[in-house]
Design a protein around this ligand. Structure first.
Ligand SMILES: [Mn+2]
Length: 293
């Protein structure tokens, strides 16, 4: 059984007042010492200078860590502005596509293989959005097709992240199953899906089921338990998740994504990866035993 690879979304560490842009060595050493293989950097190509990105990437690589992915900031709460790939306002939709293209360019510059896109309205409305769902879908599909082609020409992969009904468009691409349908409709080889366990726990049959259905389109995972805390602190069946990842031969990263991260950096980083690795060992052992019988 292949070992899984783990990274940390560095922005989650701001819960502890740790800022990678301020203290790169300190933050990267904490992550490295806990046993991670990589980091995920938020993509803000208009706000953070390319030189800073290159500097962080270089330090990470000198410590034998990869940039697992660029984290797209799509929700208004995250980005501080609307980046809506399904907007009925064409200028707003073009603006969001422009952001994605800059993410692609940043990925090329830093030699990062994948970044994610989401479908987030400027202001989420639950239980029903005022834009008809077929229009939302049509607009998003058009945007995602354009983005994936631009990225494909540059050797970058794009992972669509389904977000739950309270943060995304209620009724469109909230589940992984829906995202797989969108990916199939667009049909670009470099366009896949990602599974954020917090969202999938709300919207899919189960997290393991979401992984099974994403299968070869699965590019990346955002790792948290059902309550968005460290793995083991909620009710997701992580043993089942690991069995499923082995079954589909997943080769991407599991990026730690707890909000808010608690209780302290050492416990947050250490417990999460140790818990997962222990379950990985158990699943590998289970497999060996079943092969003996
Ligand atoms: Mn996520």
């Amino acid at each position: 059984m292949a070992q899984l690879r783990y990274s940390v979304i560095v922005d989650t560490l701001t819960s502890f007042g740790l800022d990678i842009w301020e203290q790169p060595h300190e933050v990267l050493e904490l992550i490295k010492n806990a046993g991670y293989d990589g980091i995920d950097l938020t993509a803000e190509p208009d706000r953070i200078a390319i030189g800073r990105y290159r500097e962080i990437a270089e330090i990470a690589r000198s410590m034998d860590m990869e940039i697992a992915a660029l984290l797209g900031a799509w929700a208004t709460w995250h980005a501080g502005e609307a980046r809506d790939l399904a907007s009925t306002d064409d200028a707003a939709r073009r603006y969001a596509i422009g952001y994605a293209q800059k993410c692609t360019d940043l990925a090329v510059d830093l030699n990062v293989s994948v970044y994610e896109i989401c479908c987030c309205p400027a202001e989420p409305k639950y239980p029903e959005h005022d834009v008809p769902l077929p229009t939302v879908r049509q607009n998003f599909v058009q945007s995602a097709r354009e983005i994936s082609r631009y990225a494909g020409e540059r050797g970058v992969r794009v992972a669509m992240e389904p977000v739950n009904r309270f943060e995304g468009y209620a009724g469109f691409m909230n589940s992984v199953v829906d995202a797989v349908g969108v990916a199939d409709e667009i049909g670009e080889d470099n366009l896949g899906v990602m599974v954020d366990f917090f969202h999938a726990n709300i919207e899919d049959v189960s997290v393991a089921d979401a992984i099974r259905r994403a299968e070869r389109r699965l590019m990346l995972i955002h790792l948290a338990d059902s309550n968005r805390q460290m793995p083991g602190m909620g009710h997701i069946d992580f043993t089942g998740v690991i069995r499923e990842l082995d079954e589909i031969g997943f080769e991407g990263y599991l990026s730690l994504d707890c909000l808010p991260a608690r209780p302290d950096p050492t416990t947050y980083l250490g417990h999460s990866i140790d818990y997962m690795k222990r379950l990985e060992e158990a699943v590998a052992l289970e497999k060996r035993l079943s092969e003996m019988s």
